[in-house]
Design a protein around this ligand. Structure first.
Ligand SMILES: Cc1cc2nc3c(=O)[nH]c(=O)nc-3n(C[C@H](O)[C@H](O)[C@H](O)COP(=O)(O)OP(=O)(O)OC[C@H]3O[C@@H](n4cnc5c(N)ncnc54)[C@H](O)[C@@H]3O)c2cc1C
Length: 304
């Protein structure tokens, strides 16, 4: 195999893929269609950025000076009895719908957010009292250090709140296997509908571009509650602002840049720190080139 056999674009703007609708160009963006192509890119490119649904990232408006691999062409999945095996690029809501059709419970929470299997395992996504770690039984990953493929058990995935071994060790998810629980299809559908309804009232939909929760919940508390009480709903910068419906969401109201969003996140962080001496930890990840101003904003947020 050679690089020229795999689809890619040069100087490709990422904003059309991110849920924030923000992001400059990467020097090359690759679109593998098979696991073989993906593994070839991972073993030959110099430290590429791997992205799925781009729903938990703030990509720099100045771009990324590395190659990017977008996994959304890796879409195979199979259902065998109570188990589902899915490639890293499979969309979470689609899996939720397929599980319901097959009378399998455990994915109802994934109906409302635009992540892929790679992103949800990396982040141990959760909502409505369900988490990815409840159903994932093993995963196939690519170790960027040794350039080899590993099979990891659930224990070896080291799932914690919004994290897994993938971030710690620079492992890239190729595919994952889940074990679900058989249940009544109508009951599963009712739970999915309830989850969608909850989101309609409590979260901005993607017509107001956003990247989900900005900060993780601190132990025993809710980031949204602290931000609300600290007065974060008044914060804005350029075309970026805190959503009026929930203080832990930042929205792009038009042509916001990554710097606008970074200013807003920095102000949110400082407001809670000043009022409660609690240092919130960001859930959204900044990726790409930072100028000095953006570097300083993120150094504060990341306590560097
Ligand atoms: C409207 C909205 C609602 C949301 N609601 C929730 C919610 O209820 N619960 C929740 O947990 N999250 C929620 N999110 C956040 C987000 O959807 C999840 O974190 C999701 O898991 C991210 O998946 P992704 O494919 O978009 O990841 P990306 O944003 O593409 O990437 C996120 C991180 O994962 C890494 N990554 C991506 N693919 C791979 C891979 N194959 N291998 C290794 N690393 C990889 C990236 O490098 C990056 O560090 C919400 C987001 C939005 C926009």
């Amino acid at each position: 195999m050679e690089h020229k056999d795999i689809k890619y674009f040069e100087d490709y703007e990422l904003k059309k893929h991110t849920t924030f609708k923000i992001g400059g160009c990467a020097r090359k963006v690759w679109f593998p269609k098979t696991e073989k192509e993906f593994a070839y890119l991972l073993s030959t490119l110099d430290n590429p950025v791997v992205l799925g649904g781009c729903s938990n990232v703030l990509i720099s408006s100045a771009g990324i000076d590395r190659d990017v691999i977008l996994t959304t062409g890796l879409r195979n999945f199979s259902i065998d009895g109570f188990t589902i095996t899915a490639d890293c690029g499979v969309k979470a809501p689609m899996l939720s719908i397929q599980a319901q059709k097959n009378g399998l419970s455990g994915f109802e929470f994934m109906i409302g957010f635009p992540g892929t299997v790679g992103g949800i395992i990396r982040m141990n996504a959760s909502a409505h009292s369900q988490a990815v770690s409840d159903t994932c039984i093993n995963a196939k990953v690519f170790d960027m250090k040794t350039k080899s493929v590993l099979e990891l058990s659930k224990n070896e995935l080291e799932f914690k709140y919004r994290s897994s071994i993938l971030g710690k060790k620079n492992y890239i998810l190729l595919s994952a296997k889940f074990e679900l629980t058989p249940d009544d299809k109508e009951k599963i559908q009712a739970l999915m509908d309830r989850n969608k309804e909850f989101r309609r009232n409590k979260q901005p939909n993607l017509t107001l571009p956003n990247a989900g929760s900005t900060f993780k919940n601190p132990p025993g508390d809710s980031a949204g509650r602290l931000l609300e009480l600290a007065g974060a709903k008044t914060i804005s910068h350029g075309a970026a602002k805190v959503w009026s419906g929930h203080a832990n969401f930042v929205i792009n109201t038009g042509n916001a840049t990554s710097k606008d969003i970074s200013h807003v996140i920095n102000k949110m962080y400082n407001m809670v720190k000043e009022k409660y001496t609690i240092e919130l930890e960001p859930e959204v990840k900044f990726i790409g080139i930072k100028d000095r101003e953006e570097e300083e904003l993120w150094n504060t947020i990341l306590k560097k």
